[in-house]
Design a protein. Structure first.
Length: 133
């Protein structure tokens, strides 16, 4: 099961890199058109894409956490947060992109929401030995 989670996370990460490449080079694609046709589609896209990556990465890391003061934070969520932060900041330097705080906030909503979903899955799934929190 672990290899399956890891494979999904890797393939999804490659997909995200492709989407980022298309956006960085100013190319249009069906996903961009689709998000433009839905109210708040761009923000919903950020929530779903980076939330989905968070879920897959959390499960690929077997729900491992780091304890910080009063909370446990999934290692997978930290990795995605680092990636998202670097990717959003890099947009400042790319002519075809724009640094957008609301996109970053949507990414954070996705990371937090899907981390909660990770917790619920781990509590209920028999293939995890124990909950990491």
């Amino acid at each position: 099961m672990q290899r399956l989670f890891l494979s999904f996370a890797f393939v999804f990460f490659i997909f995200i890199l492709w989407v980022i490449f298309m956006a960085n080079t100013g190319q249009d694609m069906f996903l961009f058109e689709m998000t433009r046709s839905i109210p708040f589609g761009d923000k919903l896209g950020h929530i779903m894409v980076f939330g989905g990556l968070t879920l897959m990465t959390n499960l690929a890391f077997k729900g491992r956490c780091i304890r910080v003061k009063f909370a446990s934070i999934y290692w997978g969520a930290l990795v995605v947060l680092l990636f998202v932060t670097l990717e959003e900041l890099s947009q400042y330097f790319i002519d075809t992109r724009s640094l957008d705080v609301l996109d970053y906030l949507a990414n954070l909503v996705g990371i937090l929401s899907f981390s909660w979903l990770t917790r619920e899955i781990i509590k209920k799934a028999s293939f995890f030995n124990k909950a990491p929190y």
